[in-house]
Design a protein. Structure first.
Length: 219
């Protein structure tokens, strides 16, 4: 029996590792997180798109570990804000003074709702975007990498609703289900979300990507 291909997922989040490990195990891939590689420090994400940031992280981890690497970058795009917060979603409100007891997620949501205060609900179209990049060590040309994307369309609510999830989940409404992302179960969210769509796309493209690398001579 062939040894599984060990791949490093650029995260310390064990939930994300488990999420990807199960479907890729069926393709002969073992997924491990960055907890196994403490020598990999902070990675500067200075790309201009989700795809660029995902590739930066994947290439950095592949170089540091000598193993194939997978990384993701995601965020929220709001049409009425010309696509903001976009790649700055996690640090959207870092310039704002926090209220007492307010987490970073709560501060981001507060700023988002303030910025949309004059926009009626029917014009609050938004989407979550997730890009996942996969690279082999030393093989970073565009034709040698795999980049997939998933999106989740919705609208921004007037106020937070729900206790599940994280980030912008309480203010993002899935207009098909009629609930906020923070009101969905883990299974419902994976079936509907941008990340779930990106993971499914990655799994579907993985065999073809591996086969194409075998056909391309290393440079």
């Amino acid at each position: 029996m062939a040894q599984p291909l060990k791949v490093v997922l650029a995260t310390h989040n064990q939930g994300k590792v488990r999420e990807l490990a199960e479907p890729l195990a069926e393709l002969g891939v073992e997924v491990v997180g960055l907890d196994a590689f403490p020598e990999v420090g902070d990675i500067v994400e200075n790309g201009e798109t989700f795809a660029e940031n995902a590739l930066i992280k994947a290439c950095t981890v592949a170089e540091a570990t000598g193993l194939p690497a997978i990384a993701d970058d995601s965020g929220l795009e709001v049409d009425a804000l010309d696509g903001r917060p976009g790649i700055y979603s996690a640090r959207y409100a870092d310039g704002e003074l926090p209220l007492e007891g307010e987490t970073r997620d709560m501060r981001n949501n507060r700023k988002l709702l303030f910025d949309l205060r004059d926009v009626p609900y029917e014009h609050r179209q938004a989407r979550f975007v997730c890009c996942i990049a996969c690279v082999m060590p030393g093989r970073y040309e565009p034709e040698e990498t795999l980049v997939v994307q998933g999106t989740w369309e919705g609208r921004i609510l007037p106020a937070p609703i729900g206790e599940n999830g994280f980030g912008y989940d309480p203010v993002f409404a899935d207009i098909v289900l009629g609930r906020s992302a923070a009101q969905l179960s883990r299974e419902e969210k994976m079936a509907r979300s941008h990340r779930g769509a990106a993971v499914r796309s990655l799994v579907s493209w993985w065999p073809e990507w591996i086969a194409s690398l075998k056909q391309q001579p290393e440079k």
